[in-house]
Design a protein around this ligand. Structure first.
Ligand code: URA
Length: 427
């Protein structure tokens, strides 16, 4: 059958600031997934979209076409409601680890299909893979069975979900077209809607360590994603949260698991606890549960019990000793005063350069590598006392990591205005 459209026609519409029709969008996504639209044609279209945008109808149709390129999961047979969280990615962002078992402990099932990290933000699967024996790959049957028995699953998203996005995201990564809000929103939401969750909470990060450095852009992304979720029948809200400072006191893999376990044990850094509880409350409310306080489940040990069951169900030993880096390097505070700024991007780059993250998607990561910071903005620091501990198996990495921390923090005389962690809520 002769095709209804051709790639040059679709590209030209967007190049000339026109609106793509539903049928042009359906055709181009389908033909690209099949291999009938070439990478150079799709990258030209992606650049035209980056420059000229898409309206809400076009974004909704683009998202639907990417969902239709693969399988759609369905959890209605489960005995409990489902809720999921997506973070746009940040430094020290280990929140998924305590959050999934916590929400499960409150009676809502969490199917958290996650990815590996690329660049300076860590990947949830990379962190969990530092637990001896833990495996990320589950079949759909194993995923369902674990959701029913434990209530929480964090596993690798299978190849069947939104394959069009997989291909397009890889292309955008090498053609300077990742930053288009229409393409980010449709990429994230096509995977989350295809995953079949009933409620979704989006943690949209803003600041130096985030995708979106600017509040207006982050708000536009959040509003676009919330509208896409709602139009697809998924109860969706977004929190805009600060990522100018990294979360908690650690960025890496095993060290972030250890910090998450502290939170599950009722302790941990205050900002990690605050964000975990805020997101848990949103997920529970989205699933219709308003009479359970997740703080009680951290305090009474039931979130920890769910964590242990979740790790064991995927072959991991939650009581095993976590891997430790072979080499450490301590950076002492150069002055006495108050830490007034700690830059998320500087810390994220340092952790990445120490081996906690990867430059290409096939690179391995080191389980023990990363950065520990011994003070958060607002804390007192003393000259000569440890400010950072750098961890790696390969000491030749220290110099470049130290270079990325240079200029990444300020020590002042006590004047300090704290920044709200949760900046806004979009529903
Ligand atoms: N994460 C995604 O899954 N897609 C994007 O486009 C950006 C971030």
């Amino acid at each position: 059958m002769a095709s209804q459209h051709d790639a040059v026609e679709v590209i030209s519409v967007k190049r000339d600031r026109g609106e793509l029709s539903d049928s042009q969008i359906d055709w181009v996504i389908e033909a690209y997934t099949r291999g009938d639209v070439a990478d150079e044609q799709m990258s030209s279209l992606a650049m035209a979209i980056l420059l000229n945008g898409m309206n809400r109808r076009e974004i909704a149709r683009w998202t639907a076409a990417m969902i239709a390129s693969g399988e759609r999961m369905e959890f209605s047979a489960l005995s409990r409601r489902t809720a999921d969280k997506h973070s746009t990615g940040g430094v020290g962002d280990k929140i998924t680890l305590p959050l999934a078992p916590l929400v499960a402990a409150c009676g809502v099932a969490v199917p958290q299909l996650s990815g590996r990290g690329l660049g300076h933000t860590g990947g949830t699967l990379d962190k969990l893979e530092s637990i001896p024996g833990w495996r990320a790959a589950l079949t759909n049957e194993e995923l369902f069975a674990q959701l029913e028995s434990v209530g929480a699953v964090i596993c690798a998203a299978g190849d069947g979900l939104a394959p069009a996005d997989k291909k397009l995201y890889a292309l955008r990564d090498v053609t300077g077209t990742v930053e288009a809000i229409a393409l980010i929103a449709s990429s994230i939401m096509s995977k989350k809607i295809a995953e079949g969750t009933g409620a979704l909470v989006l943690d949209v990060k803003v600041g130096s360590g985030a995708f979106m450095k600017d509040l207006d852009k982050a708000r536009e992304l959040a509003e676009t994603m919330v509208a896409l979720g709602k139009d697809s029948g998924v109860h969706t809200v977004a929190l805009l949260t600060d990522m100018s400072t990294p979360l908690g006191l650690t960025a890496g893999n095993a060290i972030e698991v250890a910090e998450s376990v502290e939170v599950l044990a009722g302790g941990g850094p205050a900002d990690v606890v605050e964000l975990t509880l805020a997101l848990a409350r949103e997920m529970l409310a989205g699933a219709g549960i308003t009479d359970v306080d997740p703080a009680d489940k951290l305090a009474d040990g039931s979130a920890m019990d769910h964590w242990k069951s979740m790790i064991r169900a995927q072959g991991g030993d939650p009581d095993a000793t976590l891997p430790v880096a072979k080499e450490t390097h301590v950076v002492n505070a150069p002055a006495t005063g108050t830490l007034t700024r700690l830059d998320a991007m500087a810390v994220g780059l340092a952790a990445w350069r120490l081996g906690a993250g990867r430059a290409r998607k096939e690179d391995p990561v080191q389980a023990g590598a990363g950065v520990v910071w011994h003070a958060r903005p607002g804390d007192p620091v003393t000259q000569g006392e440890p400010l950072f501990t750098l961890l790696t198996d390969e000491p030749e990495r220290f110099d470049r990591a130290l270079a990325s921390l240079e200029g990444g923090y300020d020590i002042g005389n006590g004047e300090f205005t704290p920044q709200n962690l949760i900046i806004d809520r979009i529903s």
